[in-house]
Design a protein around this ligand. Sequence first.
Ligand SMILES: C[S@@+](CC[C@H](N)C(=O)[O-])C[C@H]1O[C@@H](n2cnc3c(N)ncnc32)[C@H](O)[C@@H]1O
Length: 270
Amino acid sequence: MIRLTDKEFMDIVTYIKSNYGINLTNKRQLIESRMQTVLVEKGFKSFTDYFELVKQNKSDEITAMLNKLTTNHTYFYREPAHFEFLKNTILPRQEKINSRRDIRIWSAGCSSGEEAYTAIMTMMDYFGLKRTSWDFRILATDISLKAMEAATHGLYGAESLKDIPKVWEQRYFINRGENLFELKEEVRNQVFFKRLNLMEPFSFRQQFDLIFCRNVMIYFDQPTKNALINKFYEVLKPGGYLFIGHSETVQRDTSKFLYVEPSVYQKGLS
Ligand SMILES: C[S@@+](CC[C@H](N)C(=O)[O-])C[C@H]1O[C@@H](n2cnc3c(N)ncnc32)[C@H](O)[C@@H]1O
């Protein structure tokens, strides 16, 4: 067994925290045990040598490592209250006030895309035949290229569709057999995937009507979460919404967001 020394542990924890916001302070045993097979497979004799590679070859190696230590797990229609809120509150309001008929959504920390695709299906379903007169698109970003690669292929196991309405399965997926379902092109081509590290500065040409950042900040410490939430505030349109995971909260005294209901926040109109 290759041992993880105190210095190696402190170095990698500091590096990951300052570059990716992820707090691995409590994951010493997990790092030592889960990374063993990777070190052996790649022929490394020490964690120092492996971490050097991780730091040099930023995007691929680091996300492979983070994938082993955190979770990318997600599925369609996860936390359905958000999609109900989109359908019952946001879309009717957009119909009333948005004369340009364009809706911009960002799925931040999208993993393999189920959240973004669920939002697209919610909108397609809501607008029905009227949808051709609307321009709704989603930007979906993550640090993990591997997770997003799965999303662009649009092939999903039956398990990840278990919570969607049956009619959606028939309308938006092609059953490819052997428990595999392929998402139809008309849904896939409305989501644009891009690698983006949430710790880096944002530069977007347009502000968003809605941002999903669900089950991503669970690994961040409080100051990192507060700073990120303030960055989201800046890139939302006035009146725009932020959805976070149901087990997460926005601290009211450190952010300008208005509380709407659990895990739903809004940027004020002025
Ligand atoms: C559990 S998944 C959440 C997927 C989806 N939002 C949901 O709620 O089901 C968490 C995702 O956050 C991503 N993530 C973690 N830190 C990140 C960072 N600094 N920048 C961008 N994405 C990050 C991970 O790669 C992972 O895919």
